[in-house]
Design a protein around this ligand. Structure first.
Ligand code: SF4
Length: 346
């Protein structure tokens, strides 16, 4: 496998509230490799977006990274632990945008409505590179051209509200890529777009990745998008990675009951009622973060849960290969007598 750009180990991000501590990210471990796309997938409330924001140290107050490592390899071969940086420090501000760029579901979250896109692009480029205004403008035009904005020089004077949703997302990508980051974090960037615009944006991200060799971390709840774009996948549930693997591991050999349930809930073209295969919805709701169940976090919704074990003891990750692992007692060789125990509890 290609080399590791970002190595996240045991990341924990918590929100201290009056009602209690919310463990939004609870010991997450994964790697992001150069030239590859890691999709982080899970339902709303699984902690995917907070994981992404933790990497850039942009978790809103009262959230805080409290434990773990996020080792980023720099182009000069040095390494920095992002978890150790003060969210307001110069060092993390230099990393944001230059080494790691992020695009969001709603471009207006990052674009200023009162400045032209040209002014915003030029400012971003000059913040990270010592270039003249003219040079920055030329780079901005090249960036817009690269994301296939028609008439890029004329568009420099446009305000975000003058562009369609798809165009705004392209401008966001242009802005993210203007400083040639090593890692692009995309947080549900196509969720608000219609399907054909979504396909265009996914093609564009893939093309730019082939061209630049950047790593992409793509956050989504849409398994169709995962199948389309991922090399590697991490499935998250209640702040934990419950299964990780290559896209083939996850789609052809899913091991965790949650992953299996997510895959079972995708409608398939051509499937007929007579075939007898019903869509399997993941029943129940993600528990409230302040009412986390003990033991395996998924046991309140799991059809295979073993009473007396799954509600008491948290499963450890079992590795099936160098790329594939899942956190479930049923897949743990140390729990080989589980089927007998399960029968005994019936
Ligand atoms: Fe289900 Fe138990 Fe496995 Fe958790 S550990 S996924 S509850 S079988």
């Amino acid at each position: 496998m290609s080399d590791t750009l970002l190595s996240v180990r045991g990341l924990k991000t918590q929100f201290g509230t009056r009602a209690g501590v919310i463990r939004a990210v609870d010991g997450v471990t994964f790697d992001v490799h150069r030239g590859r796309t890691l999709c982080i997938v899970g339902e709303s409330g699984s902690g995917k977006s907070i994981t992404a924001r933790s990497i850039l140290q942009i978790v809103g107050r009262p959230g805080k990274v409290v434990e773990g490592q996020m080792i980023l390899s720099r182009p000069d071969k040095s390494a920095v632990d992002l978890a150790q940086l003060d969210p307001r420090s110069k060092q993390i501000r230099r990393i944001r945008g230059r080494d790691i760029a992020m695009i969001f579901q709603e471009p207006m979250e990052s674009l200023s409505p009162v400045h032209t896109i040209g002014a915003q692009l030029v400012e971003k480029i000059r913040l990270h590179h010592p270039v003249t205004r003219k040079e920055a403008e030329d780079r901005a035009v090249a960036a817009l051209d690269r994301v296939r904005i028609p008439g890029p020089r004329d568009r420099l004077g446009a305000y975000p509200f003058e562009l369609s949703g798809g165009m705004r997302q392209r401008v966001m990508i242009a802005m993210a890529l203007a400083c040639r980051p090593q890692l692009l974090i995309a947080d549900e960037p196509t969720t608000a777009l219609d399907v054909s615009t979504q396909a265009n944006i996914l093609d564009l991200i893939r093309e730019l990745q082939d061209e630049t060799g950047m790593a992409v971390m793509f956050i989504t709840h849409d398994l169709g998008v995962v199948a389309e774009i991922a090399h590697d996948v991490a499935v998250m549930y209640l702040g934990q990675v419950v299964e990780r693997g290559t896209v083939d591991d996850i789609f052809y050999d899913p091991q965790h009951p949650y992953t299996q349930a997510l895959l079972g809930s995708i409608p398939r073209l051509g499937a007929r009622r007579e075939d007898g295969k019903r869509l399997r919805a993941v029943h129940g709701m993600v528990p409230h973060p302040l009412a986390r169940p003990g033991g395996c976090p998924f046991h309140t919704r799991c059809d295979e849960a073993v009473p007396g074990l799954c509600d008491v003891q948290a499963p450890r990750i079992t590795d099936f290969s160098a790329t594939h692992g899942a956190a479930c007692h049923l897949r743990d060789p140390a729990m080989a007598d589980l089927p007998r125990r399960k029968e005994a509890t019936r």
